[in-house]
Design a protein around this ligand. Structure first.
Ligand code: ATP
Ligand code: MG
Length: 425
């Protein structure tokens, strides 16, 4: 037994893994469904490094974010003493790449997706890890509210495709910077009057980002917030029109959503639409995916003054929220070889089947017949193909339907076409 263990807050994915996020076949399933949908919605892949300069993340997330305040970032100095960080989220890298490669010169919006690991130094709980994987999108270069509708409907479509249960999307509008500048001092003044009733975290956030007090789980704080000024009363004409258009679109597409005017999200760059998709199948960590519009971010990072919107959705939480999901993929054909001379012909037939898109495998252990059949069973193979001395001499093979036990002798002398036909049923 080794004394090495995976780092705290991480997990492995391996054959036979017990937890949903440990099962390789579920990862393949989720990634395949997401990629299909990205194709259908016309999104292209963007892939950026898992580390960037730390200041990119600090700047975008902002002073008041968990990433900065709770020191969630994994930072390190490189050999040139530059402060780098493992990415805590996908948006900053994607937006940096959009600006760096002049993608704003293409037809807008530029619709991007990514699938990859994110890193946050947090306390591990169910559905909360130090390395997790997000599937996310960024639609850059426009502020059209119908893009918000598309992005939210895509998040919902991915969750439905992977079987997330009992889902509602909560939506709010935080207004533009002007709205927030009018609203935040009012909220702060109100909270100040109730300072004694708030939890220490909320008190410390009051100066940097009082909006975040809405995220507090503290009962006293929540009680204070019931009477607090609401951002919905401060929305500019433009923000109200935007919200109305988003609602109209979501209703037309039949996305189950609710307005939640206490929804603020943890990153400072959000403007206008913010949203969170929650599942009733999860416990404390019930947000499966979330996102929002960021109309000041692209220009803030040195790009043109255009809007963008995106979401990030945690694959681990999707798998937890879809929990009873049964593995679908299994092997089509397993070859049972009864003589050493049968191994090479079996490998050739395996190759011929794979070329036809039929998954196939064989015994590599030189095991006896019983053990090989057991293995065929374990792999969930639909057919076992038996190749022994007799079959080799006759130029055929025996195909066993693993479900019914029925056997069929199929010639292989003139290539694999009869075998392909026999196992394609
Ligand atoms: P939370 O409120 O749970 O801390 P967050 O607001 O920090 O979430 P985002 O930054 O919006 O989350 O990340 C988007 C999604 O990524 C979340 O909805 C969740 O599915 C997933 N996620 C975020 N942090 C973690 C983590 N530490 N472990 C697993 N998944 C995570
Ligand atoms: Mg968090």
């Amino acid at each position: 037994m080794t004394d090495y263990r995976g780092p705290r807050g991480t997990y492995d994915v391996f054959p036979g893994g017990g937890e949903p996020q440990e099962r390789p076949e579920l990862w393949t399933f989720v990634e395949d469904r997401a990629r299909e949908l990205f194709g259908l919605y016309n999104y292209s892949e963007v892939s950026t490094p898992v580390f960037e300069e730390a200041r990119l993340f600090a700047r975008t997330a902002g002073e008041g974010s968990d990433i900065v305040v709770q020191k969630e970032m994994f930072t390190f100095l490189d050999k040139g003493e530059r402060e780098m960080a493992l990415r805590p989220e996908g948006t900053p890298g994607a937006v940096r790449a959009y600006i760096e490669h002049n993608l704003y010169r293409l037809a807008q919006p530029v619709k991007l997706f990514y699938i990859g690991p994110m890193f946050r130094q947090e306390r591990q709980q169910r559905g909360r890890y130090r390395q997790h994987t997000q599937i996310g999108v960024e639609a850059l270069g426009t502020s059209d509210p119908l893009v918000d509708v598309e992005v939210i409907s895509l998040l919902y479509a991915i969750h439905q495709a992977v079987g997330v249960k009992d889902e509602v999307v909560y939506v709010n509008n935080l207004g533009d910077m002007e709205t927030r500048q009018a609203y935040v001092p009012e909220l702060r003044a109100y909270l100040e009057r109730h300072r004694g009733e708030l939890d220490p975290d909320s008190v410390s956030r009051m100066d940097t980002n009082p909006l975040r007090t809405f995220d507090s789980k503290h009962e006293g704080t929540q009680a204070v917030l019931v009477e607090a000024p609401k951002i919905s009363d401060y929305l500019s004409e433009e923000a109200s029109v935007h919200l109305k258009a988003v609602r109209g679109g979501l209703e037309a597409l039949g996305i189950p959503y609710e307005i939640d005017d206490g929804l603020v999200r943890g990153l400072d760059y959000y403007t206008m639409t913010v949203f969170e998709a929650k599942s009733g199948a999860l416990g404390a960590q019930d947000t499966v995916g979330a996102g929002g519009r960021y109309n000041g971010l692209i220009s803030d990072l040195g790009g043109p003054d255009v809007g963008g919107i995106g979401f990030g959705s945690g694959v681990e939480r999707m798998l937890l929220a879809a929990a009873s999901q049964e593995a679908l993929a299994s092997l089509d054909v397993f070859f049972v070889t009864l003589a050493p001379e049968a191994r090479i012909p079996a490998m050739k037939l395996v190759g011929a089947l794979r070329e036809e898109g039929i998954s196939a495998d064989l015994d590599y252990g030189g095991r006896g017949m019983r053990a090989q059949f057991k293995q065929a069973d374990r792999t969930g193979a639909s057919y076992a193909v038996i190749l022994g001395e007799d079959e080799l001499a006759r130029g055929d093979c025996t195909v066993r339907d693993m479900a019914s036990g029925e056997e069929l002798v199929v010639p292989v002398a003139d290539g694999a076409k009869d075998l392909i036909w026999a196992v394609s049923g």
